[in-house]
Write a protein that binds this ligand. Structure first.
Ligand code: IMP
Length: 188
């Protein structure tokens, strides 16, 4: 296995997905099971950049990630508040909020990487829609209610490989992997 990168998150699902993308690209992702302080910020980029700044200097290279579900008819809500809304309303509560014909939504992820003085953000998004009811036990979080564009099944009904091929996180992680391959001598 090639170089190691430490990933700070409390979410094991995110770790599995990043490992599945980055291991074949030659990078070992090691789970640091800690949630870094999140600021009250209005974009995923600001949250990820803040988290990167708060990683102890001794831990490099390092990955952080921030993601969320943006529902168009709700003006992009829950967005940066996705984790809080899932904890408080749960999936049934979110489904009750989505009325009317427009059920379009997108998942977005920002993966942040820091090594030495170098920091980079990589983003990914996937368009789709909100299902009428929860379906599927795979993945985590909002997966049972999100149907990617061009598909009939929710990401909760997809295999991890299928989800990673199309997901916001898969896209962002592949961008990171390709960037790392082009910068093998990044200082750490
Ligand atoms: P945070 O990035 O830890 O602030 O939280 C993101 C929120 O969005 C959590 O509630 C996650 O469960 C949810 N979320 C992010 N990515 C996904 C995904 O790939 N599938 C389902 N839910 C997700």
């Amino acid at each position: 296995m090639g170089p190691r990168v430490d990933f700070y998150t409390s979410n094991p699902g995110k770790v599995r997905e990043l490992q599945a993308v980055l291991a074949p690209m030659g990078y070992a992702v090691r789970w640091r099971k800690e949630e870094l302080t999140e600021p009250q910020a209005d974009t995923l980029e600001k949250v990820a950049a803040f988290k990167l700044l708060n990683v102890p200097d001794s831990v490099v290279p390092v990955i952080v990630e921030d993601s969320g579900l943006f529902i168009r008819s709700l003006g992009g809500f829950p967005g940066v508040y996705s984790a809080y809304v899932l904890r408080t309303l749960g999936l049934p509560g979110v489904l009750r909020l989505v009325r009317g014909p427009d059920r379009t939504a997108e998942f977005r992820a920002v993966v942040g990487y820091r090594a030495g003085g170098v920091t980079h953000l990589f983003s990914g998004r996937v368009r789709g829609s909100i299902a009428h009811r929860s379906r599927g036990k795979n993945g985590f979080g909002y997966d049972p209610i999100f149907i990617p564009e061009g598909h009939q099944r929710t990401t909760g009904e997809m295999t991890p490989e299928e989800k990673n091929r199309l997901s916001h996180r898969g896209i962002a992680a592949r961008k990171l992997g390709r960037w790392l391959a082009r910068h093998p001598a990044s200082p750490d």
